[in-house]
Design a protein around this ligand. Structure first.
Ligand code: FHN
Length: 596
C-alpha cells in the first residue's frame, strides 16, 4: 500500500510543470501559463533569444550612502549595505528624505543602453531594502514619499517605448523593511508576533499589480531574493501564474521559484520560471536545452559604491558578451546609478566601447544561436545563423581550426569588409582558415563569416599525436568535470579550480605505447601556490605540485616525470587535484606529452 501511494506521489510530481521545456497544453481553453505549448513558449521567448544583450540597473536608497555608513567603508556592500552594516530599519529610513536624483534623465539612460547595443533594460523596482522605486499606493516606503516628485519607472517606460527597448523589472521577494516579511535580519529587533507571510505576499502582489498595469507591456519580471525559508515552491508557482495572468506574454526568470542552484543559475525541471540565471559567471557549456542569461557587474558591486573602481576592461566585457552568445545565452550587464541619478562615467565609457563593436558586428550577435562546436575554441568563439558561421577571432596567432566540421565551406570573408576574403585549408582536424598574414581589424574580436550550405555537421575529433609521439592538449578542448572549473576566455585557460573533486580530462589518440613526459602550462598567484595534483593515464599516474607565478595570468611550464602508456590507441589523460592552494589549485592552459 505504502509503495503504491509513494509511486502515486512520485508520478504526480513527475507530471508537475517543468520550467523551460515543452508541456502539453491541457485540452481546456482556460489560460494556463504552466502548461504552455512549445509553439506558444517559443513565440513568447523569441525577442529574448534574439536580444542577447541587456542592461541591468540597480538603483535604490542604497545609492545615497554608496557603501559607507557612519564613516566606515563597507567594501562590496552597495545594495547590501543595510545588511552588512547591520542597520535597523528605523536608522535606514531617513535615507528616504535624502534621496533626490535631480539629474535623472530616462532618455539619456536608455540612449546609453541602446548605443551599447542593448535591447532591454531590467531595473530594480524594489530591492531587498523594500523601497519602491515608483509612487506605489501600498504604504509610504517608496519614491512617492520623497522630495523627488517624479516617477522614474514611468519616465523609463516612455523612453524605452520611444527608443525601442523592452522595459523589465527586477523585484525582490525578500524584504528587509516590511514587518510582515519573515525572517527578520538578526539585528532587527522589531516584534515578529504579528508578522504574516500571507499578508506580505498579498502586499507584494498588490505592488506587482501596479507595476504590471501602469507601465505598459513589461518584457521580464526578474525575481530575486527567493532563497529564504519562508519562500516555497508552492508560493513560486502561485506567483508565476499571477504574473503571467496580468501580462500573459511576460517572461519570468527562474528565481520566482525555489530550485535555483545558487550562482550557477540552473534549476530542476519542476521549477517554474522561463530561464536560468547564472550570476557573475559564464557556464562552461551554457545551460544546454534551456534559455539562460548571465547577469554580471561591471565592477564588483551591483548598487553604486563610491570606492569600487575595479572596472572590467572593455575587451573582457565584449568577449564575455560573445562567449555567452556562443553558448546560447544573454548577457545582462549591470550599471549602478548614483543618488543623483547618473550612471557612473566608467560604466558609460565601457558601454560606448561595446557599442562600437556591436554596431559593426551585430549580425554575428543578435538572433544567433549557439556554436555547433562542442566547446570553446582556442582562437575564439563561434555563433551561427542558417547558412553562416560567425568566427569570432580573439587570438589570430592561434590556428583558426574548425575541428570536426564536415559541411563544405563556400567562402570566408570579413564581416566588417566582405571584400577581404580568406582561403581554407583542409586538415586531419578539419578546415583551417588561412589568414596568410592579413591583419584583422579588431584586436578584441574580429568576425569572419564562413558561408556554408545548410546546417553545420560537426563530428567529435579525436586529436592524434604526431609521428614523434608529441601532442598538445589545450584548455578549450578539455572535458570539464565538476561545477566549478571553467574555461576563462581571457586567459585561454581552465580556472576556478576551487573544488578538490573537480577534474579535467582529454581523450586523444597515441599511435605508440611507451613513456610520455607531461608538461603543464599553468599559472598560480603566490598566495595560492603549493597545491598538488596527479596526471593519470590508464592505471598509471605521476604527481606534481603548483609553483607560484607572478599572477593568475602569468603562465609557466612544469615538466613531470614520464608516465607509462601500455598500449597505442585512444587514451584519456586526467588531471586530478590532490590538494588545493589557498584560493584555487591553478589556472591550466595546456598539457603536452612528449614520447621519451
Ligand atoms: O542579493 C542580490 C544582489 O544584491 C544582486 O541583486 C544580485 C543580482 O542578481 N542578486 C542577488 C545575489 O545573488
Amino acid at each position: 500500500m505504502i509503495l503504491s501511494s509513494l509511486l502515486t506521489i512520485a508520478l504526480a510530481a513527475s507530471n508537475s510543470p517543468t520550467a523551460g521545456t515543452h508541456r502539453p497544453a491541457p485540452n481546456n481553453h482556460e489560460f494556463d501559463p504552466i502548461h504552455e505549448s512549445k509553439a506558444d513558449r517559443d513565440k513568447r521567448m523569441q525577442w529574448f533569444r534574439e536580444a542577447r544583450f541587456g542592461m541591468f540597473i540597480h538603483w535604490g536608497l542604497y545609492s545615497v550612502p554608496a557603501g559607507e555608513w557612519n564613516g566606515k567603508d563597507y567594501a562590496g556592500a552597495g545594495e547590501w549595505l543595510q545588511y552588512t552594516a547591520k542597520i535597523k530599519p528605523a536608522d535606514y529610513e531617513p535615507l528616504q528624505q535624502q534621496f533626490n536624483p535631480v539629474n535623472f534623465d530616462a532618455n539619456k539612460w536608455v540612449s546609453i543602453a541602446k548605443n551599447a547595443g542593448m535591447k532591454y533594460i531590467v531595473i530594480t523596482s524594489k530591492h531587498h531594502e523594500g523601497f519602491g522605486m515608483w509612487p506605489s499606493k501600498q504604504g509610504s516606503w517608496n519614491i512617492g514619499h520623497t522630495q523627488f516628485h517624479r516617477d522614474p519607472l514611468k519616465e523609463l517606460a516612455a523612453a524605452c517605448k520611444k527608443q525601442g527597448l523592452k522595459l523589465c523589472f527586477y523585484h525582490s521577494i525578500m524584504d528587509w523593511h516590511e514587518a510582515d516579511y519573515l525572517p527578520r535580519r538578526p539585528w532587527d529587533d522589531r516584534p515578529t508576533t504579528n508578522a504574516d507571510m500571507d499578508r506580505y505576499v498579498a502586499y507584494m502582489k498588490s505592488q506587482l499589480k501596479e507595476l504590471l498595469t501602469q507601465y505598459g507591456p513589461i518584457g521580464i519580471l526578474w525575481f530575486d531574493g527567493e532563497w529564504e525559508s519562508t519562500w516555497t515552491h508552492e508560493r513560486g508557482v502561485d506567483l508565476y501564474k499571477f504574473i503571467r495572468g496580468l501580462q500573459p506574454n511576460i517572461i519570468v526568470n527562474n528565481r520566482v521559484d525555489t530550485g535555483r542552484s545558487g550562482m550557477a543559475g540552473s534549476a530542476p525541471a519542476e521549477n517554474v520560471g522561463d530561464y536560468g540565471t547564472p550570476e557573475q559567471t559564464i557556464p562552461a557549456d551554457g545551460i544546454p536545452g534551456k534559455d539562460w542569461e548571465t547577469c554580471m557587474t561591471m565592477n564588483d558591486t551591483w548598487g553604486f559604491h563610491k570606492t569600487d573602481h575595479n572596472w572590467k576592461s572593455p575587451e573582457l566585457l565584449i568577449r564575455n558578451l560573445v562567449d555567452i552568445a556562443s553558448k546560447g545565452g544573454n548577457y545582462l550587464l549591470n550599471v549602478g546609478p548614483t543618488s543623483l541619478g547618473e550612471i557612473p562615467p566608467a560604466s558609460v565609457d565601457r558601454l560606448a566601447q561595446m557599442g562600437k563593436w556591436t554596431k559593426v558586428n551585430g549580425e554575428a550577435l543578435y538572433d544567433t544561436t549557439a556554436s555547433p562546436f562542442p566547446r570553446s575554441l582556442n582562437w575564439g568563439r563561434v555563433t551561427q545563423k542558417p547558412g553562416k558561421l560567425f568566427l569570432h577571432v580573439f587570438d589570430p596567432s592561434q590556428p583558426i581550426v574548425l575541428a570536426g566540421l564536415k559541411t563544405p565551406i563556400k567562402r570566408v570573408y570579413e564581416l566588417a569588409n566582405p571584400k577581404v576574403t580568406f582561403e581554407v585549408k583542409e586538415t586531419d582536424l578539419g578546415p583551417v582558415v588561412q589568414l596568410n598574414g592579413t591583419i584583422l581589424p579588431d584586436k578584441i574580436d574580429s568576425v569572419l563569416v564562413a558561408e556554408i550550405d545548410g546546417a553545420p555537421d560537426v563530428v567529435r575529433v579525436i586529436q592524434t599525436a604526431d609521428a614523434a609521439g608529441t601532442i598538445q592538449l589545450e584548455a578549450g578542448d578539455a572535458d570539464l568535470h565538476g561545477d566549478n572549473v571553467k574555461v576563462e576566455s581571457e586567459n585561454r585557460a581552465i580556472g576556478y579550480w576551487t573544488d578538490v573533486a573537480d577534474t579535467v580530462s582529454w581523450t586523444f589518440r597515441l599511435t605508440q605505447p611507451g613513456n610520455y613526459r607531461p608538461t603543464l602550462e599553468l599559472a598560480c598567484e603566490p598566495d595560492s601556490a603549493g597545491g598538488t595534483f596527479e596526471v593519470v593515464i590508464g592505471g598509471h599516474s605521476v604527481a606534481g605540485s603548483v609553483p607560484a607565478t607572478k599572477s593568475w595570468q602569468s603562465f609557466t611550464k612544469v615538466t613531470l616525470d614520464p608516465i607509462a602508456v601500455d598500449a597505442a590507441g585512444d587514451v584519456t589523460l586526467t588531471v586530478k587535484a590532490t590538494k588545493l592552494g589557498k584560493i584555487a589549485l591553478m589556472n591550466l592552459r595546456s598539457v603536452s606529452l612528449a614520447k621519451q
